[in-house]
Ligand binder design. Sequence first.
Ligand code: AMP
Length: 188
Amino acid sequence: MQQLEKFSALGLSQKTISALVTKGFEEPTPIQAACIPLLLKEEADVVGKAQTGTGKTAAFGLPILEIVDPHVVEVQALILSPTRELAIQVAAEIESLRGDRDIQILPVYGGASIELQIRRLKRGVHVVVGTPGRVLDHLRRGTLRLDSLQFAVLDEADEILNMGFIEDVEAILEETPSDKRMLLFSAT
Ligand code: AMP
């Protein structure tokens, strides 16, 4: 019997299915069933309404892991989070779904050593999960480049806006290619 057939039916590869078996996921949550095929198959932007706990991180994380090219050592996906706690949590969740893919995921947030983050960025990172202020700081220092970005995700977009990050987010998005895909998740 095929493992995790409901996940396979969404278009995920065997590599990802193996990672999901290890992770212990059995079937997709509703937001995963809705988002994953859209993100894998179509050049669509996505706006999703989802609270924490609904599996939204995997809903965007799994297609990103499928599409990011590990051989292209450039930042291909950027996830903006309202708080450092969330950035750490989202980066850890994506890391846990990575399986044996050689994809480097880095959380970047304020209040932590920027030098360490710069060193990791120099070594090569594919997916950045960050708070807007620190991401902008890296962009202005030239330690983060987003020319090869394929996905920009605003996670908890309502919180990002409530916390007054709109100008930072706009400045960040200005540094990204116009043909990237935009994903926006909000609880409200
Ligand atoms: P999130 O809403 O992304 O913060 O995920 C909440 C928790 O649900 C995390 O611990 C995930 O690992 C877990 N989770 C996400 N999708 C599934 C699934 N399809 N089956 C079981 N657990 C899941």
